[in-house]
Structures are given as C-alpha cells and as structure tokens.
Design a binder for this molecule. Sequence first.
Ligand SMILES: C[S@@+](CC[C@H](N)C(=O)[O-])C[C@H]1O[C@@H](n2cnc3c(N)ncnc32)[C@H](O)[C@@H]1O
Length: 366
Amino acid sequence: MNVSNQSGGGGQSSPEHQRRPRYSGTHPKSFKQKYKEQNIAAHPELRDHLRAKGKTPAGTHIPVLTEEVLGCLKPMPGQIVVDCTLGYGGHTLEFIKRIGLTGMLIAFDVDNAELERTRQRLSKVDTPISFHHSNFAGIANVLNKEKLEGYDIIFADLGVSSMQIDNPDRGMSYKQDGPLDMRMDNRLKQSGADLLNSLSEDELAKAFWELSDEPDQQKIARMIVAQRAIQPITKIQQLVRLIFAVKGLTSASWKKKQRNSKFGSLHPAARTFQALRILVNDELGSLRELLRLAPYCLRPGGRIGIISFHSGEDRLVKQSFRDGVKQGVYGSASPNPIVPRMKEIMSNPRSASAKFRWAIKTDFNA
Ligand SMILES: C[S@@+](CC[C@H](N)C(=O)[O-])C[C@H]1O[C@@H](n2cnc3c(N)ncnc32)[C@H](O)[C@@H]1O
C-alpha cells in the first residue's frame, strides 16, 4: 500500500519530515496553519468548539443527510454496500455499523491521497472493506472482480469533500490562492488551468452556462480569452480577480455587499469555479455511467441512493430513476428530493444545497 502524507498536511506526499508552518497569533487562517484541525482526533475540544459554531474542522468532512440516507436505504446485517464516494468515510462508518461483521463494504474514490488517509482511519474496523482507487463508473468491473452477484445498496454522495475544498493546493475553491488544479484524480491529464488556457471562448461560455447557470458566461469567457493572450491563467486569484472585473466588483465592494446582505450572497466566482471543476473531472459523464450501470449491478430488491449538490446532477438522477420506474427496472423511487432540515443546515452550512433521491430495484420474485 502506498500511504502518502499521513500527516494530512496537504495534497502532495513528502518523504522527508517537514517542520510545521509557524504563524503569529492564535487564530489560524490558512489551511497549512490549521494543523491541529487536520489532526482533529487528538483535539476533541477544538472539534466541539468548531462544530458548535457550524464549522467543519480543516482536513475533515461532515456527512450530510445521514439519517435520511439510512432511513431510505435500510442497510441490514450481512449486506453488501457500495459507497461510491468514500471521502472521509462518514457515511461508510454508518453503513458499517449496520451491516456488521457479516456484511461487506466496497469503497470507491478517485482521490488516492484521501482514499489512503481514510483507509488508515478505518484500519481498526472489523467489517471487511475493499478499497478501490477508481471512478465509480467502474462499479460493474469491481462486481466481477469481487465475484459478486449483485450489490444490496449503491450509495453516492457526489462532488467534492471539505478536505478537497479547504486545501488551496487542490485549486477547488476561490477562497484562498494556489494553483488552478481542480483534479480530484491525479491521473487525469488536464487541470483547470489547462482547460482555461486551451478551450475556445464558446466552449468556455457553454460550460459556464450549462454546468452552473453562470449568467455572465459570455463576458467571463471573453475576458479569459483576452487575458490569457497576455499571460496564461494559472492561479486561483487570477481567475477570481478577472471575474470580479467582469461583474464590476472589487474585493472591498463585494465584502460590503456581503455585510449588508441578510443571508449572505453566492460568491461571484462560485459558479465559474463549479463549472470548471465539473468539466475537469467529467463529473456528469461519470454520473451518467453510474446511473446506466446501477440496475445491472443491484440485486433484486436492492436500493440505490444519490446525494447531489447542483441542478444538473439532480436532473440526471431524477430522470434516470423516473425512466427506471416507467420501464419496470425500479419498483419505486423517491417522489421528491429529500433535503436537509434547518437544524442540519445550521450545524453544517455546506449541506444546504444537498438533494437526496433513492430507487428500489424491482424484485419479480417478491
Ligand atoms: C462529498 S465527498 C464524499 C464524502 C463522504 N460521503 C463522507 O461522508 O465523508 C465526495 C467524494 O467522492 C469522490 N468522487 C467524486 N467523484 C467521484 C467518482 N466519479 N468516482 C469515485 N469517487 C468520486 C471525491 O474525490 C470525494 O472524496
């Protein structure tokens, strides 16, 4: 097993011991300064303090809609469950408690660094877990490899984890500065910067509109093409500044607007970053493949549940489950998306846009 960077201090592995970054003051701001949060098991008081304020400790992830997922997918002792998106292992741990020692958990993640960290964290768990550094589009291959007839439960919690968002080296978030990487899987050839500097204006505008409903898609695409002719766009804050300029904002005017807004507004760069990330990782392509294969991989009576975080994903899930019910592949499916309660949103604001849908494969013998 290639265990990389067990210190949890960043996306890159380092064979040598590195000194902890020093900072003045008592309130760590950057991801690197939050080394205590990244070793949160050793600092339970810090975890309680941050969670009471509705914050996610850096380097960790709070699972969303857990009660609802378990209530609808009903994991039972002895079952075979696939967690398509292992992440920090929050949902996996809950499944494991219910399937017990006679069950089996199959875990996928495209992010090898996080997969290895979670594998270490779960190393004391007795339920058999089979880890796969693989896209969940490979669920059918793994079914064959594991010589299984079918899965009882297929679960996916789409998108990126808090660990990936918080680490500026991954380039997923507009909040700090770092390389515009955005790859969840380090085997992918093209980063966010590569796509920004190579796609045509029309291709960029189409992606910003179709993948995140960015209303200034054409102006942002035009500005990117003009800017990259002078200097390639490779850093997070280069792109953020460009988007602010297109929207006629400055960092100060945006902060003022935020202060005056009762519920806070969406960051001006949020949609563009989301679209670029989805494009880099071909997130919709993987989801389509998962939805296509799931009915063949589920046992009769088996259940599938998917949490999505934006309308493009939710539309695909809704359509696939509805078509499945019409064709008789699924016996039933959630009539409406299940969303977090206010209590959950207050305790974990990152859950706010989550939507959960489920379907049950038809069992003709039942
Ligand atoms: C929202 S997080 C999952 C969090 C997890 N449920 C938990 O409770 O900790 C999504 C995870 O799925 C992974 N991921 C995203 N798309 C994937 C894909 N197509 N195949 C496999 N893993 C994927 C990401 O790397 C990330 O670690």
